[in-house]
Design a protein around this ligand. Sequence first.
Ligand SMILES: Nc1nc2c(ncn2[C@@H]2O[C@H](COP(=O)(O)OP(=O)(O)O)[C@@H](O)[C@H]2O)c(=O)[nH]1
Ligand SMILES: [Mg+2]
Ligand SMILES: [Zn+2]
Length: 348
Amino acid sequence: MVENDLLVPYGWTEAVSHDYSHVIADGCVPARVIRVDRGECDVATPTGLARARCPRADSEISGLCTGDWVSIDAERTVRQLLPRRSAIVRSSVSGRSEGHVLAANVDTVLICTAADGDVDLNRIERMLALAWESHAVPVVVLTKADAAEYVPLDAVQAVAPGAAALAISATTGTGLDVLTAMLAGTVALIGPSGAGKSTLANALLGEEVFATDAVRAADKKGRHTTVHRELRPLPGGGTLIDTPGLRGIGLWDASDGIERTFSDIESLAEQCRFGDCSHTSEPGCAVRAAVDSGALTERRLDSYRKLAKENAWMRSRTDKRLQAERQQARKDITKQQRQMYRDRSSRR
Ligand SMILES: Nc1nc2c(ncn2[C@@H]2O[C@H](COP(=O)(O)OP(=O)(O)O)[C@@H](O)[C@H]2O)c(=O)[nH]1
Ligand SMILES: [Mg+2]
Ligand SMILES: [Zn+2]
């Protein structure tokens, strides 16, 4: 039986209850993070919506984000960050050796691209890698189909093996019923600014919750109207997270995500004569053969290489940084020990 009725619209299910009920600290209740602003967050609690204090930055809980399940105490302070079932993580802007979590406990990721602008397949592949890596199910959505002369749905579907791709219009309602039928659990919208995410969010929510903005006509660039990540209950069940547009999304250790995104290339590579084939000039290369026959585009192969290289670089950088941090910690300890010996000898 599901308790916590007021939490149900915010994603409290029997499965969630099963995972978390026994780990919640005494005197605390479960809550879902709707939105985080410096030091405080809006949360949904068993008794309704509330404002909670985030733990201090130096506490074990840092980087709370929209979609997180937490426990809060009687003073409305977040006490526990409950284990994330999934998380969309990109490389941190601050360059620290952690990823930056964009949204947590997400089941479906809607990768939005405006059909009336430049439909950048490389960027779609990058977002697919991010989404697959998060353990959510991606759906590629071409928005503003009403404004496009030609909607390149086939080209988009071709770069998204294993994922659904569809064209919609939030303005005319085209495709919204199909999309609604695909939504499950917590749905997050990602994509560049101006892609129509907030407009689509409002259409799915059935009310004007999120502010939207006119795209600059000159360059079709959005203006970053959405500045917060925010979670809302969907009328038909499930929840929706709108996010601000991302200027650039660096991958964060997305090896599995890349593998899934390029599953076609990965399976071709298994047929290459050499196990360590670089798919450049080796004889018996199945990947080159697919490019030569037109089954695989050079663009997609390049995109795959670029993301794999970036990922490898990111991983090596992280490893180096972790090493540096450990080294620093050792130095600090040595310093403390020296200080201790000095103190002791001066006391003598
Ligand atoms: N023609 C048309 N314009 C749309 C559609 N969806 C969004 N827009 C417009 O695209 C612009 C950016 O939308 P917005 O939702 O703020 O994009 P976001 O930055 O991704 O959240 C706004 O001017 C919207 O009116 C659509 O389905 N059709
Ligand atoms: Mg927006
Ligand atoms: Zn090869």
